[in-house]
Ligand binder design. Structure first.
Ligand SMILES: Cc1cc2nc3c(=O)[nH]c(=O)nc-3n(C[C@H](O)[C@H](O)[C@H](O)COP(=O)(O)OP(=O)(O)OC[C@H]3O[C@@H](n4cnc5c(N)ncnc54)[C@H](O)[C@@H]3O)c2cc1C
Length: 456
């Protein structure tokens, strides 16, 4: 048994763990990262990045198909699915290689093994013990099935759905949240006959209702068979496919993807013995500095409460390490973290929906502008996109913003920044925006909230 010491040991190398490790090294801590699978975590290897690489191929295909509208004649495009997946692999390799390079540059030791917590201030890796004043738990999450359905055979999770060896002929997806909508939107456009089932009454049910409407229409236009208010039951997987029932109807598909949530990957961590407590949802309980109930042990990312998003994991990693180093950290307001869904149409949002703002008793003011209201919407071929700003009348506060349409995932950041810098919708309305850009629709929505919409 070997024993070694570090200033900081990080368990997990996803966007939470690797960013925490780099920040720790920047602050002069000798740092090790322990990873049981692939460097870069699930985000880079199986989730965010592979998903966006495949979605990008679907977006290119859409552009080629619509090229005629811009006076560019092309033949009927052909999907070379193995080549799509080959590029996906290259994108992943480039980015995970980048993380390995950053570890080397920052003199961070990467240990390929499964880790668990040992006695106070120690981490066990096989027979070896690592001593460290600071331990960051960044083990991420694993998929959760739904009651009555188990993973296995042709019933798969979202990570497998972004790693198909062949384009599915018929694909069924349970759950029309961000992941389910992305999978359906990619594969329907690439050529799979696609079904999307949602228990609740609309797609992207946690987004603002106006946004769900536009996305629902967009997904149907892509040929996706969208069924809301629809539980799926009687799932049976065979060697070549899967059968299931919706209402009275029996359906079959090549694959059934369950995109219905994830839970923290805590099984191997030895939390109990180390005195790390869970909250009532089974996530690791932390305070505002990411400290767990055990001294010197921090937890971040998908292991703790808040939206399961890569950028949230990274920010918490920075907070944890800076807090361990005795620095002043910044507060993280989960509601104000930008949310992005990369289906077509794109969705970007933060803060409260209009309904949530009204429920909380705010004197709500709403500004709403379609992309078609500004020149860029017509120039770039998306007049149906929508920017919706939810504000509070008395102090002009930006309570939330919701964008659906081309580049919504990029456009939302402006409003997040304004809120973070304590600006309101009236300020956004008077900031000069470049022309012709889609960001002018953001400015116009803010003007609408402020009562002086120019283009509309
Ligand atoms: C299909 C899909 C698409 C997504 N798309 C997006 C997106 O577009 N944008 C976004 O922001 N978020 C997205 N997410 C969410 C995002 O992937 C997670 O929020 C993010 O990965 C969390 O980062 P993390 O560092 O907490 O954990 P992870 O990325 O899960 O990394 C944790 C790492 O810890 C390792 N590990 C676990 N236990 C141990 C142990 N005991 N010892 C050693 N190593 C261990 C794991 O092997 C893993 O590599 C997506 C998720 C899915 C499933």
């Amino acid at each position: 048994m070997a024993e070694r010491s570090f200033d900081c040991v990080v368990i997990g190398s996803g966007p939470g763990g690797y960013v925490a490790a780099i920040r720790a090294a920047q602050l002069g801590m000798s740092t090790a990262v322990i990873e049981k699978d692939a460097v870069g975590g699930r985000c880079l290897n199986y989730a965010c990045i592979p998903a966006k690489a495949v979605l990008r191929a679907a977006d290119i295909l859409t552009e080629v198909r619509e090229a005629g509208e811009y006076g560019i004649r092309v033949g009927e495009p052909e999907v070379d699915f193995p080549a799509v997946m080959e590029r996906r692999g290259k994108v992943v390799a480039t980015l995970t290689g980048g993380v390995s390079g950053l570890f080397k540059k920052n003199k961070i030791e990467l240990i390929a093994a499964e880790a668990s917590l040992g006695e106070a201030g120690t981490v066990r890796v096989g027979d070896d013990v690592l001593r460290s004043k600071t331990v960051i738990l960044a083990a991420g999450s694993i998929p959760r099935a739904i009651p009555g359905v188990e993973f296995g055979g042709r019933v798969i999770g979202t990570e497998e759905a972004w790693a198909f060896a062949a384009l599915p002929g018929r694909l069924a997806v349970i759950g029309a949240g961000a992941s389910g909508a992305e999978i359906a939107s990619a594969y329907a456009r690439l050529g799979s006959e696609t079904y999307l089932f949602e228990m609740l009454d609309r797609v992207l049910p946690t987004e603002d209702e106006d946004i769900s409407k536009v996305v629902g229409r967009g997904l149907s236009r892509q040929g996706i068979n969208v069924h809301t208010n629809t539980p799926v039951s009687d799932v049976k997987s065979t060697r070549t496919g899967v059968s299931f029932t919706i209402g009275e109807e029996k359906l079959t598909a090549d694959w059934l993807v369950i995109a219905a949530g994830r839970g923290p990957d805590v099984a191997a961590l030895g939390l109990d013995a180390a005195g790390v407590k869970l909250d009532d949802r089974g996530l690791i309980a932390v305070d505002g500095a990411q400290c767990t109930s055990a001294e010197g042990i921090y937890a971040i990312g998908d292991l703790v409460a808040g939206p399961a998003l890569a950028h949230k994991a990274s920010d918490e990693g920075i907070i944890a390490v800076e807090s361990a180093a005795g620095l002043q950290t910044h507060p993280l307001v989960n509601e104000d973290i930008p949310r992005a869904t990369f289906c077509t149409p794109n969705v970007g949002s933060f803060g409260l929906t209009e309904a949530q703002a009204r429920e909380r008793g705010f004197d709500v003011v709403v500004g709403k502008v379609p992309y078609g209201a500004v020149g860029a919407g017509t120039v770039y071929g998306d007049r149906t996109g929508l920017v919706k700003v939810v504000g509070e009348r008395r102090y002009g506060e930006l309570l939330g913003a919701h964008i659906v349409g081309t580049r919504a995932t990029e456009l939302i950041q402006e409003l997040v920044n304004v809120r973070e810098l304590e600006g309101g919708y009236a300020e956004v309305a008077r900031i000069v925006h470049g022309h012709p850009t889609l960001s002018e629709a953001v400015m116009e929505a803010a003007r609408d909230a402020d009562g002086w919409l120019i283009h509309g």
